[in-house]
Design a binder for this molecule. Structure first.
Ligand code: PGA
Length: 249
């Protein structure tokens, strides 16, 4: 049985009061959640220590949105994988399309960050996905396959148990447009084929969907055989909406 997982990407939203309130509401509303589904909260870095404290006594785990591609050193303003793990992060996002496009993270940077995460006890949530132009030109699967091959090239055979793939079509992120469950399923099945080519135990790696996941579409998306959960941005800032998405997994 693959791990099912719903992760909340708060992006650059939230202060300590927001975190206290939202975590309080989530702990109450998710207390009866099926233990097979892992809920991960991924707040901005300044809230990691608070959120991991607030998550104590629940099954909720905490993740980081970003990390440095270096182990340590004179990199003013950067935060290493070890530092994030030290304040309670158990997961880290790498390869998010906003990092790729707004911060010019190329495949080499992404691959280095994956390696840094896997050198700690954290798991990596590796994001991939095509743009609208790439989808319209029929190259969605090829783009995703290339991102997987490049970004996951440093993963060794013993590390696949710490890899989660998030398929996030760029045109669906923050736009209100969601891939249809059939389109998501098609790419997710293709991702398993690509993972197998990389030497991964493809049926054991969770592959989650992201891009305008909300209460109204979560159940149908998560019902697809190769969709193991979701990476949720906007809707994760609302405790009730996010709890409903978690219950749909
Ligand atoms: P969204 O963001 O749910 O707001 O589309 C998803 C993401 O970027 O991870």
């Amino acid at each position: 049985m693959r791990q099912r997982l719903v992760a909340a990407n708060w992006k650059m939203h939230g202060d300590r009061a927001f975190a206290r309130q939202l975590m309080g509401q989530l702990k109450t509303s998710l207390s009866a959640l099926d233990k097979e589904a892992q809920v991960v909260i991924i707040p901005p870095a300044q809230l990691l220590a608070d959120v991991s404290d607030l998550a104590k006594g629940s099954s909720i785990e905490v993740g980081a949105q970003n990390l440095a591609q270096w182990e340590s050193g004179a990199f003013t303003g950067e935060i290493s994988a070890e530092m994030l793990a030290d304040v309670g992060a158990r997961y880290a996002l790498v390869g998010h399309s906003e990092r790729r496009s707004l911060f010019a993270e190329n495949d080499d940077v992404v691959a280095a960050k994956v390696a840094r995460v896997l050198a700690t006890e954290m798991k990596v949530i590796f994001c991939c996905g095509e743009s609208l132009a790439q989808r319209e030109s029929g190259s969605a699967q090829a783009v995703v396959d290339a991102q997987l091959a490049a970004g996951l090239r440093e993963v060794s055979s013993g590390q696949w148990g710490k890899v989660i793939v998030a398929y996030e079509p760029v045109w669906a992120i923050g736009t209100g447009k969601t891939a249809s469950p059939e389109d998501a399923q098609e790419i997710h099945a293709g991702i398993r084929v690509a993972l197998k080519r990389l030497g991964a135990p493809e049926d054991d790696v969770p592959v989650i969907y992201g891009g305008s996941v909300k209460e109204s579409n979560a159940r149908e998306l998560f019902a697809q055989p190769d969709v193991d959960g979701g990476l949720v941005g906007g809707a994760s800032l609302d405790a009730q909406a996010f709890a409903a998405i978690c219950r749909a997994v």
